[in-house]
Ligand binder design. Structure first.
Ligand SMILES: Cc1ncc(C[n+]2csc(CCOP(=O)(O)OP(=O)(O)O)c2C)c(N)n1
Ligand SMILES: [Mg+2]
Length: 621
């Protein structure tokens, strides 16, 4: 057996550089590069291997470990999981800064390879700087925190362990059902330890994404269930996009006259104006989707994890005989809500079901209901797009203005947290493929700007707009600097409503007195945060990094800013002061939250009773 003497870190990079993915006969390199922030836990090990240069991986300097990992997620998501980044950090705080992002990746089923440095395996310098020290178990390090948020986790305590760890890492990262964060913890001494690696380990490897076809019996069972129903509704999830099943979904819905509604990850798979598209479903759904869902007698979930926002905490589906059918490559998801599962690829299953049901002469019983629901909803969005607010610019008006200007450009919009995802799911009108990029599995503040950088790397010819609340901007915008350094232009649109306003809404809706969500100075009289609002100049903040800043207070200024931002070649920050309560409200939906059963505030108790009444109407499974 031919071998080559390499450090563990050198072998790891050579291995990563030689991984390829084959989807439907098209092959591409799987790992594009490495994002990193160096410290003593990785600069002399993995860092040395990166400098060494005998690999084709590009190194990108991140500026906050969570941010750079969010950029990696944004990249892989925009690439439909066909290409990924690895992310490397030092030990201790640098590593722990990535844990949240590992959660974001795993929840959203997005592949990212996490390579945190780890404390010395040899334990000679014990404790090393930044070692946490668990008194009862020296094997536990900060990196054990990744276990809860990784789909695969290993610690490379000896250089030869790297080989099986890498094979397993690729197995999970390239598997559409299992994918998410993969963590390989790299002790800082072992990174530099050398070993005679077999060339066999370092050769080119192609990982094939298999389209798992449904079993014939699964197709028969699914077709039989649908045939017995008159009012089916499809829920289109992110799995439809990852499977490349857009046309198959359209053919299925058109042939059988079945409408579809969209989850956040599935929105934009087909254009907003498709005659069978009812728009977003659930807590932040549209009136069209939610009213049709209420009366549907079979829910066909395709590539969806059926999160509570999609199902309105399992409350949405009120037909007395409603049944559930799920198509998912992931058996865990397919079994949710006691559904009849088809554990298979979306495209393959939709093709098979269209064939079986067309042959059986099936068509749904909808007549005018779909068109009427769409017409009413289109008029409502037009109203929201035109909405003025005496307190300033309305958020929905701004979204309308942005949509009108960005639609012809096929621009990508990115969102994740605050009130914007709800508004976007309801009112944004996407047309181009992969133009709507929403992280709503974790709804992690601090995703938007970093992910915009990742999306720009994935689609360098497209304009990318991060739509972000003031809260999320303040929490994490470090990768704005990366965008400037790399000359990768992103546009950041800050919706400044002076605080954590969607949580303020939630608090007030449950009868609680406003407390701790608006950004106000501490009031010396009350001792509470009820003083003057704290104004922030986000345009100047962006300019201080080298971005072009725009201060927007009027519709005219917004139009000007977007026009100029589209002409710019450096990153931009558009600072819009929006009226705090100008986001959309609910449309025939409900969301379960934990409420106080007893309180001195009668409104709280009343809200808790209302919650209980709705819980009684929600499904138990
Ligand atoms: C990392 C993280 N911390 C906390 C939350 C809970 N949370 C959800 S939205 C929100 C407020 C967001 O404020 P902002 O970005 O200004 O958006 P707005 O609601 O004002 O539109 C908070 C604190 C979260 N989703 N993510
Ligand atoms: Mg805000």
């Amino acid at each position: 057996m031919k071998t080559v003497r390499l450090t563990m870190a050198q072998a790891l990079l050579r291995f990563l550089d030689n991984q390829y993915l084959d989807v439907d006969g098209r092959e591409n390199k799987f790992v594009r590069g490495v994002f990193g922030i160096f410290g003593h836990g990785n600069v002399v090990g993995l860092g040395e291997a990166l400098v060494d240069g005998s690999h084709g991986l590009t190194y990108y300097q991140g500026h906050n470990e969570q941010g750079m990992a969010h950029a990696a997620i944004g990249y892989a998501k925009q690439m439909r999981r066909r290409q990924i980044f690895a992310v490397t950090s030092s030990i201790g705080p640098g590593a722990l800064n990535m844990v949240t992002a590992a959660g974001t990746a795993t929840v959203n089923r997005i592949p990212v390879l996490f390579l945190p440095g780890d404390t010395f395996a040899c334990r000679q310098p014990d404790p090393v700087l930044q070692q946490v020290e668990q008194f009862s178990d020296p094997n536990v390090t900060a990196n054990d925190a990744f276990k809860a948020v990784s789909r695969y986790w290993d610690r490379i305590a000896r250089p030869e362990q790297l080989m099986t760890a890498c094979i397993n890492a690729m197995r999970v990262l390239t598997d559409p059902a299992e994918t998410g964060a993969v963590t390989l913890a790299l002790p800082q001494d072992v990174q530099g330890d050398s070993y005679d690696y077999p060339e066999e380990f370092l050769r080119k490897r192609v990982h094939h994404v298999v389209r798992r076809a449904p079993a014939p019996a699964e197709v028969v069972r699914a077709a039989t269930l649908i045939s017995a129903k008159r009012k089916p509704l499809v829920i289109c999830g992110g799995g439809v996009r990852y499977s490349g099943a857009e046309r198959a979904l359209e053919a299925f819905c058109v042939a059988l006259n079945i409408p579809f509604a969209e989850t956040q990850a599935g929105k934009g798979v087909l254009p907003w104006d498709h005659p069978l598209n009812l728009g977003g479903i659930g807590v932040t759904g549209t009136l069209a989707a939610n009213t049709v869902a209420r009366e549907a007698d079979v829910i066909i979930g395709i590539g969806t994890r059926l999160g509570d926002f999609t199902t309105a905490s399992k409350w949405l589906f009120q037909h007395p005989k409603v049944e559930f059918l799920t198509v998912n490559v992931n058996s865990f998801d397919a079994h949710k809500m006691g559904a009849l599962p088809v554990i298979a690829d979306a495209k393959a299953t939709l093709d098979a079901l269209t064939k079986a049901l067309t042959k059986a002469g099936y068509r749904s019983g909808y007549t005018r209901q779909i068109r009427d629901a769409r017409t009413r909803w289109t008029a409502e969005v037009d109203r929201l797009y035109a909405q003025d607010d005496p307190a300033g610019l309305s958020q929905t008006r701004c979204l309308g203005e942005l949509n009108e200007r960005l639609l012809p450009k096929d621009a990508i919009v990115i969102g994740a947290s605050g009130s914007l995802p709800g508004d976007l799911q309801r009112v944004w009108r996407p047309r181009a493929a992969d133009a709507y990029h929403m992280e709503y599995g974790f709804s992690c503040m601090g995703y938007e700007i970093a992910a915009a950088l990742g999306a720009k790397m994935a689609a360098p010819d497209r304009e990318v707009f991060a739509l972000v609340g003031d809260g999320s901007y303040v929490m994490l915008h470090s990768e704005l600097l990366t965008s400037i350094m790399e000359g990768l232009k992103i546009n950041v649109v800050v919706f400044d409503n002076n605080g954590f306003q969607c949580i303020d809404n939630l608090q007030v809706s449950q009868g609680i007195t406003q407390y701790g969500n608006e950004w106000r100075r501490r009031d010396q009289k009350t001792g509470l945060l009820t003083g003057e609002p704290v104004p922030i100049d986000f345009a100047r903040n962006g300019e201080s990094y080298g971005a072009r800043g725009f201060a927007v207070r009027t519709v005219g200024e917004l139009r000007d800013a977007v026009r100029q931002a589209l002409r710019e070649n450096r990153s931009t920050v558009i600072d819009i002061k929006v009226a705090p309560k100008s986001m959309t409200g609910g449309y025939e939906a409900w969301w379960r939250v934990g409420t106080a059963e007893v309180s001195r505030n009668r409104k709280v108790v009343a809200a808790s009773r209302r919650q209980k009444a709705e819980v009684a109407r929600a499904r138990k499974i």
